[in-house]
Design a protein around this ligand. Sequence first.
Ligand SMILES: Cc1cc2nc3c(=O)[nH]c(=O)nc-3n(C[C@H](O)[C@H](O)[C@H](O)COP(=O)(O)OP(=O)(O)OC[C@H]3O[C@@H](n4cnc5c(N)ncnc54)[C@H](O)[C@@H]3O)c2cc1C
Length: 376
Amino acid sequence: MDRSDVIARAMLFAETELAPRAAEFDRDEALPRDVIQRMAAEGLLGASIPTKWGGLGLDPLEYGEVTEAIGKACASTRALLTVHTSIVAGTLLELASRRLKEKYLTALARGEMIGCFALSEEGAGSDAAAVATTYIRKGDSFVLNGRKKWISFAGVADLILVLATDNGVTSAFMVERDMPGVRTWPMSGFLGNRATHIAEIELDDVEVPAENLIAGIGAGFGFVVNTALLHGRYSIAWAGVALAQAALEEMCTYATRREQFGVKIGTQQLVQKMVADAVTSVAAARELCRSAGRSLAQRSADAATETIIAKYFSSTVAQRATSDAVQVLGGNGCWSGYPAERLFREAKILEIIEGTSQLQQIMIADAGYKKYARKA
Ligand SMILES: Cc1cc2nc3c(=O)[nH]c(=O)nc-3n(C[C@H](O)[C@H](O)[C@H](O)COP(=O)(O)OP(=O)(O)OC[C@H]3O[C@@H](n4cnc5c(N)ncnc54)[C@H](O)[C@@H]3O)c2cc1C
């Protein structure tokens, strides 16, 4: 199939199969198995993975378009792309040994296994270096102990990318859910991403074969977390465009239909301001994402900073545009009979995950000082 056909097919799938059910998934707090299987059947769970590993081989810009289409229809389904495809499969593709790729990458790309990313813990959120989950070497294996929290799709995943430490030396491991000592507890009651099967994971003397170590001892932060978060942030940047675009369409549609004071509310200048801001900021966010996508494709030295800027800007735009959509819809914006309130809840999540907006600001300011401070 031609790659433009892949994107068109993903858009059609999103519009016809995801969008009509997104409210149901949110209400039920579960992405059904049949949806995950349909994503796999469409090849979307390997969208950005090369064809030789069983994926669709989309480049970053094409993958961004697919992420936007899926994210506009359903934020929780988009989160599956972020975690499974961007973070887990993307990290394996870049950093894993050939043996580990053969073991897991094709199965992930085809959706035969579902992956999740387990970094966060009770005491390790923004300060990821504070992970307390431990590993020790034992012959031809490593033994892991600890507890991970807020892990998206942990409730259904077959494979867990786990970050653990040995007295400050952080390493990453692929842990199979069926390995003895792995247990999960579902978490519920989230603001958004409600259908993403978030769970806590307990690792109790889990023995992992040494070949499941990714990129060597001590590569946990310098390589694995940086790579995983780079891919995750690129996905979240497009997720922000997706939610803001959906909010924009909601507010335009409503403003051109709803009448108060004998006129359409869209003719009121204060409403027009919200629409104009959304039109402008969505266009700007999409261009930042495209620029980051081009830099990622070229493996440019600026790719990481551009991706952080795109993630920060785009999630801010999503927050603003979805809030304005609720405003334009008035009481209906606050009611689950319209999608605006769900978009608003989903947008807030983007300012927290894959590094909070404050953490992005710190990194952007650092990049700014390096680039723009005069040397003398
Ligand atoms: C829906 C959802 C899904 C998630 N999925 C996953 C997942 O799949 N895998 C995973 O590993 N984790 C996951 N997480 C966890 C997520 O990555 C963390 O919530 C996030 O990193 C923030 O950590 P924290 O919640 O501990 O907040 P904290 O780090 O405690 O931060 C709280 C506040 O303090 C601010 N702050 C902290 N440090 C600084 C600083 N140095 N300067 C300025 N401000 C600062 C933050 O910006 C924030 O506003 C998920 C979370 C949510 C909500």
